[in-house]
Write a protein that binds this ligand. Sequence first.
Ligand SMILES: N[C@@H](CCC(=O)N[C@@H](CS)C(=O)NCC(=O)O)C(=O)O
Length: 338
Amino acid sequence: MGVMIDGVWHDRWYDTAKTGGRFEREASRFRDRLATEPGGEGLPAEPGRYHLYVSLACPWAHRTLIWRRLKRLEGAISVSVVDPRMGGAGWTFGAPAEAGDEAVPFAGATGDALFGNRALHEVYARANPDYSGRVTVPVLWDKLRGTIVNNESAEIVRMFDRAFDHLAPKHGNPGLILCPDELRDEIDAVNADVYDRINNGVYKAGFATTQAAYEAAVVPLFEALDRMEARLADGQGWLVGGRMTEADLRLFTTLVRFDPVYHGHFKCNLRRIADYPMLTALTARLLAVPAIRETVDDAHIRWHYYWSHTTINPTRVVPLGPAEPPRLDPSWPAPALD
Ligand SMILES: N[C@@H](CCC(=O)N[C@@H](CS)C(=O)NCC(=O)O)C(=O)O
């Protein structure tokens, strides 16, 4: 875990001393856009031109992998997967030095397919040799210009929702728009609540270094989960518009990590997702879609958090539970995918 200052990597944990023990997430720095229609404003959506750097453990990067599958972009956008164990060099493409005798490649990690770099911070340095800021996944890389287009998952998935659709049926899936115009305001409102109190709320609870900061995160987190549970209980089982949208998928990447990791490691233990029937049904229903299930990697998820955050778990022992995956309620129909 670390940060880049003027293009140089520094191994350092988040500094919560200056914020009263609170974890404050830094805003993403690369914010260019792909045009969401041919000739529109932004970089052209060309197959083969863009590359994703992701971690299978990371809930934010996970969003981009789900969109890549559901929007049928596998042939258009290549991917490199980092090792889930994040040590002093940050995200790396092989086993981190601290893995010692266990320094074997982690199944599912790919290496840096573009440059053969050892660490993700080298990719950021290629994009901007003077870069200062955190080195995070996901990264959308432009092979043509040799730089990062965007490293903010919320923006990347909005681009993927439409940018390649003019290339269908080879690439793109115009039949499945995850943020349709008529639902956008409601999706944005749900996303804002889910982002602050749930997606980022688990991190605020887990990385808090004072009791007050922890409680100020964990109570609103469960209030928001209660709100989402109530929202799903309208007979349709989706958050917005009676159909699967961006809002469900953005909640999903946190739900699927919650009982295995956030409940224990981040002390988000007022309840489990298994205690919420509707949130469990949503998770199971999405996991039943092969294109979504195949983006979920339990080993990367568990190993990343429990191994990497030694301020929270100094032994690096990775727990095995929970034993049961979320149960599918057969009465819920599968989402329409095109
Ligand atoms: N706002 C960003 C957040 C990305 C992010 O924080 N990713 C985490 C992994 S879950 C990361 O790379 N952290 C490394 C660090 O903060 O040093 C997004 O949604 O894309």
